[in-house]
Design a protein around this ligand. Structure first.
Ligand code: KIV
Ligand code: ZN
Length: 545
């Protein structure tokens, strides 16, 4: 590390490293560790769109899923492997023949496939999850890496719960994994337990003691249970990690994973300190974050670093005064450098197919002609209502278009009556098109207009969703701005998120509610999935070579 401080307190672009910088690989696991967490599930089409957006962002590796967890995951990885050529495409697999073979099949069309095999190494996991002793775990790891290498040249090995594993055992297992052919060694803090000083020391220790350390890339994979995932990943880099595993918006198991946008901007803003660099096009951070938030229905908190709505807002008068004199007084990076306020030709009523098509491509959507035509028709309808159509508007339309998918429940018409007149109760009526194409009409009263509307939707669909939270925020500016409603609810013990966007916030609310209903519908049609951190059912079965 370097003792330089950022030059003169200016913004990001001024912080230039004094010595040549080392490359850091960005391994994105939004579509695997992120997607497997509650409320973040994605449809295959959305996964592909996001994979294109991640490649455009410049990530080095896309972990596209866990092939053995479900047929849908395997198919999703295969599609991404076939269509996304700019990044290496990876599947996770346990050190188990069936998993590895499923991953190999799914990765078959990839230009640069990576197989990521893992096994738990900590005493707690060895005893309670796997029922294996150290020697058995070690043998499993070697068998897994050896089998993976038989099919794919680029193999990553992870020691799950590494930060609670005896360091000497980590050295032993990493020695063996490298000898068996792994070229990336991942050291996950699976439960978000470590601290910056501890993880830095562990990476230094491993690089000193593991045989063949100089010929492999060490990788960090930090979870955010103590809110330290980004700080720990940066400390791992200081200790010698040259790959960081992270997710957009920090989504992931429990409190999430290391947030890609925060890590990347810390490395960029403090480049002279870290002396490392990534290939990320930082101007794509906000669009990619927004695409993910819309696709999952999981909104980004307003004060989230880099991509939250308040990240560059200056409210206090004293701050505004300073900003007017010199932006550097209260701003350490330019909003434009992370993709806020990109100047664009505004789309409107007179925009043609060509302009829409170009903008869709730029936003990361890869649509065929039929889908583009559907987006164009919806765009024209919106442009009749709104003077200017922004990127966020177009994204909202495009994310509603799912070629080849049954459209689920759709909102046809709605009315809400509300007010303070004595004796009147908020009343809502809805007309829906059911998944089988039939029309369903229902009405209900409620404590307020939103309650009445959700009640009517619940009656019409027959789904008793238990609402947990409700938020509305504007996604564009001006009098005709679109509002985004975000809902979260429980159904049969499962957490659901949904979002909807419209120029009318009650309509956006109804769309968000139906988004959740459609997620329930799809979940009931899909096969159950295995979670990557669940114990192996056949944990003690030998791995056949
Ligand atoms: O958190 C973890 O340990 C993981 C591994 C499967 C890499 O996600
Ligand atoms: Zn993880």
């Amino acid at each position: 590390m370097n003792s330089n401080h950022a030059s003169g307190g200016n913004a990001v672009e001024d912080d230039v490293a004094a010595v040549p910088v080392a490359p850091i690989r960005i391994f994105d696991t939004t579509l695997r560790d992120g997607e497997q967490s509650p409320g973040c599930s994605l449809r295959p089409r959305q996964k592909l769109t996001l994979a294109h957006a991640l490649a455009e962002l410049g990530v080095d590796v896309i972990e596209a899923g866990f092939a053995a967890s479900s047929a849908a995951d395997a198919e999703g990885i295969r599609t991404i492997a076939r269509e996304v050529r700019e990044a290496s495409i990876c599947s996770l697999a346990r050190c188990h023949t069936g998993d590895i073979e499923a991953a190999v099949r799914a990765l078959e069309p990839a230009a640069n496939p990576r197989l990521h095999v893992f096994i738990s190494t900590s005493p707690l996991h060895r005893e309670h999850k796997l029922g294996l002793d150290k020697a058995q775990v070690l043998a499993r790891a070697v068998e897994g890496v050896t089998l993976a290498r038989r099919h794919i040249a680029d193999v990553e090995f992870s020691a799950e719960d590494a930060l609670r594993t005896e360091p000497e055992f980590l050295v032993q297992i990493f020695d063996a994994a490298i000898a068996a052919g792994a070229s990336t060694i991942n050291v996950p803090d699976t439960v978000g337990y470590t601290t910056p000083a501890e993880i830095r020391a562990l990476f230094e220790y491993l690089r000193r003691h593991v045989r063949g350390a100089d010929g492999v890339v060490f990788s960090s994979h930090c979870h955010d249970d103590l809110g330290l995932a980004v700080a720990n990943s940066l400390a791992a880099i200081e200790g010698g990690a040259r790959q960081v595993e992270c997710t957009i918006n920090g989504i992931g198991e429990r409190a999430g994973n290391c947030a890609l946008e925060e890590l990347v901007m810390a490395l960029k803003v403090r480049r002279a300190w870290f002396n490392v660099d990534t290939r990320i096009d930082t101007t794509r951070l906000v669009p990619t974050s927004r695409l993910l938030a819309r696709s999952t229905g999981m909104a980004v908190q307003r004060n989230k670093a880099i991509v939250g709505a308040n990240a560059f807002a200056h409210e206090a008068g004293i701050h505004q005064h300073g900003m007017l004199k010199h932006r550097g007084t209260y701003e350490i990076m330019h909003p434009e450098s992370v993709g806020w306020m990109r100047s664009h030709m505004v789309l409107g009523r007179h925009s043609g197919r060509h302009a829409i098509n170009d903008r869709l491509t730029e936003l990361g959507f890869g649509f065929d002609e039929v889908a583009t035509e559907r987006v164009f028709a919806a765009f024209k309808a919106l442009a009749e209502k709104k003077r200017e159509v922004f990127d966020a508007d177009l994204e909202a339309i495009a994310l509603g278009i799912e070629p080849g998918l049954s459209r689920g429940w759709q909102l046809v018409r709605w009315t809400v009556h509300t007010g303070t007149a004595q004796g009147s109760m908020p009343t809502a009526s809805v007309e829906l098109c059911a998944p089988d194409g039939s029309a369903v009409c229902e009405a209900a009263v409620g404590d307020g207009p939103v309650h009445a509307l959700c009640h009517a939707l619940s009656r019409a669909t027959g789904l008793a969703l238990e609402l947990d939270s409700y938020q509305v925020q504007s996604v564009t500016t001006g009098e005709d701005a679109q509002g985004q409603a975000t809902l979260s609810a429980h159904f049969n013990g499962e957490e659901l998120n949904g979002s909807g966007t419209s120029t009318d916030i009650l309509e956006a609310t109804a769309m968000a509610w139906l988004d959740m209903a459609n997620r329930c519908l799809r979940a009931s049609q899909n096969a159950p999935r295995i979670n990557a951190t669940e114990p192996l059912p056949e944990a003690t079965a030998p791995v056949a070579a």
